[in-house]
Design a protein around this ligand. Sequence first.
Ligand SMILES: Nc1nc2c(ncn2[C@@H]2O[C@H](COP(=O)(O)OP(=O)(O)OP(=O)(O)O)[C@@H](O)[C@H]2O)c(=O)[nH]1
Ligand SMILES: [Mg+2]
Length: 199
Amino acid sequence: MKLVIIIGFLGTGKTSLLLKLAEKAQSLNKQTAILVNEVGEIGVDNQIMKQLGHNVWEMLGGCVCCSLAGDVIGTLEKIDREFQSDVVLLEPSGAADPKNLMNVLADYQGVPFESLTKVGLIDSLRVEMLMAVAGPLIDSTLTHADMILITKADIASEEELNLAREVALSHLSGESVFAINVREEISQEILERIFPWKD
Ligand SMILES: Nc1nc2c(ncn2[C@@H]2O[C@H](COP(=O)(O)OP(=O)(O)OP(=O)(O)O)[C@@H](O)[C@H]2O)c(=O)[nH]1
Ligand SMILES: [Mg+2]
């Protein structure tokens, strides 16, 4: 199974993207499992995902990069054993540090992932503020990303988009940086990077 991790600060657009990816995977007849982690005890988005008919595993009340490390490994191993999944979409909490998460994932004992894609999200509306209040976390997110998606491009100013692009390009080259807008279809180019299925 393939593992896709969607990393980004609180409210950046992780769930919005994940739902689009889940829809796409389903339309390709790929068996999809969604793992959502929230620091809070109530997963509102997860209820919506379940209503949409997705296979959702919730990890609530802590962070998969630290206090819920055992849970994410246990859940991935259970999915590997019991669920014929083509792709697992993992949304860590917005407070998760991908550096710690990568260390946690090293303990996974199931069948090795066919591929591991880390999609880093950056919120175009809040780059300046987030760099000021959570700079190390944002840096860690972008440093560990295989591709960076700049979210909320539909409502950002040109100045905000330019700043987001500048920050993204200090971590990855232009062919791995894209601006997205959840109200539109995710482009084929991005989908092919995230879901490298040959058929
Ligand atoms: N206009 C616009 N709104 C967006 C976009 N992406 C996300 N949003 C909005 O931003 C808010 C947060 O989006 P979510 O997808 O819940 O973000 P998240 O990263 O999953 O949030 P947490 O799980 O709480 O950390 C929602 O109100 C979304 O509708 C976008 O591309 N354009
Ligand atoms: Mg979310």
